[in-house]
Design a protein around this ligand. Structure first.
Ligand code: MN
Length: 321
């Protein structure tokens, strides 16, 4: 999906030095953001006090929405640079088109992974004849300096590793967890795991002590490391755990995101991740002039125009503002 904010904030973050080695329990409340007339999302990252979790730099949670009589998601062509988009659905379908010519319907349990590298454009829509309910998450992973100018690519993985134990079913979406590895191409050590807990489940899920983690409650009522979490909220956990304690009162879905703390400072504006304000300015100009990012064919709507740059130069503000 896209960051369609008309006045997107600039965020600069990253660096192991800014991550405490001790476990923490820090609640992150969702912020409502209207993407288009028909789509509202809840943004968890970047948030006021937390910019990244590992290389995860953007987390939107949307739905469950009843879109039976509505167009649903209709996000026209927009560009990306310096990141990967990770599309994860709990209900419904999203039709992905991009400037490489990809045309792919994404369904629950499948990974849609778009590596923008140096430049790509894509659109996302609820296809004709879509399901009544749309529910999912749109995530971005920042690419490290060595790989951020790579060629763009799109991957669709319908088969992902699943780990089961009493009351718990874990699907490894990205990276590695409990010895299972996602087929999605990752450029930094990270983990993205969907956790499906049965009513009354008490479970311990192994995690990497050197990774920082956060958990998003997609649905249900759960306790994570003893902290009760309402649906749609996120708990930042920091580093230093070897397992995560989970307890569910009802059938619950969680998204566990983690990774090695991202060492590089990044500049993130609109749909771009860069290292300097100049790179952002150049990318914006390229999109506005119809160069560099290619063309998305088949989506009926007009491409999304880039918002105005902020009046002051894009400059670092620090990981937690
Ligand atoms: Mn997008």
């Amino acid at each position: 999906m896209s960051n369609l904010d008309l006045h997107p904030d600039v965020s600069v973050c990253g660096g192991r030095g800014a991550v405490t080695a001790e476990p923490v329990r820090e609640l992150i409340a969702p912020r409502r953001v209207r993407l288009t007339e028909s789509t509202e999302v809840r943004r968890l990252l970047p948030s006021l006090g937390r910019r990244m979790v590992g290389a995860w730099c953007f987390v939107d949670h949307y739905g469950p929405d009843d879109i039976a009589q509505q167009p649903g998601m209709q996000v026209p062509a927009h560009p990306h640079m310096g990141l990967q988009t990770v599309s994860w659905l709990l209900d419904g379908e999203v039709l992905h088109r991009d400037s490489l010519g990809s045309l792919q319907t994404l369904r629950p349990g499948e990974l849609g992974l778009m590596t923008s590298g140096k430049a790509i454009a894509h659109s996302e829509e609820s296809p004709a004849g879509h399901s009544a309910v749309l529910h999912g998450a749109q995530l971005w992973v920042a690419l490290p300096g060595a790989d951020r100018h790579t060629d763009p690519a799109f991957e669709h993985h319908a088969e992902l590793p699943v780990i089961t134990s009493a009351g718990l079913r874990a699907t490894v979406i990205m990276g590695e967890a409990d010895g299972a590895v996602s087929p999605g191409t990752a450029y930094t050590p990270l983990a993205g795991v969907d956790l499906d807990l049965s009513p009354g489940a008490e479970a311990r899920f192994p995690v990497e002590p050197d990774f920082e983690y956060a958990v998003l409650t997609s649905s249900g009522t759960v306790e994570v490391d003893g902290v009760p979490l309402a649906p749609g909220s996120m708990l930042y956990l920091g580093c230093g755990r070897s397992e995560l304690r989970l307890r569910a009162d009802t059938e619950s879905r969680l998204l566990l995101l983690g990774g090695e703390p991202f060492e590089e400072r990044i500049v993130m504006w609109w749909n771009f991740v860069a290292r300097t304000g100049e790179e952002i300015t150049q990318a914006r100009e390229a999109w506005q002039s119809g160069t560099r990012f290619g063309t998305v064919h088949g989506f009926a709507g007009t491409p999304v125009p880039a918002p105005a740059l902020p009046p002051t130069p894009l400059k670092p503000r620090g990981r937690t503002r």
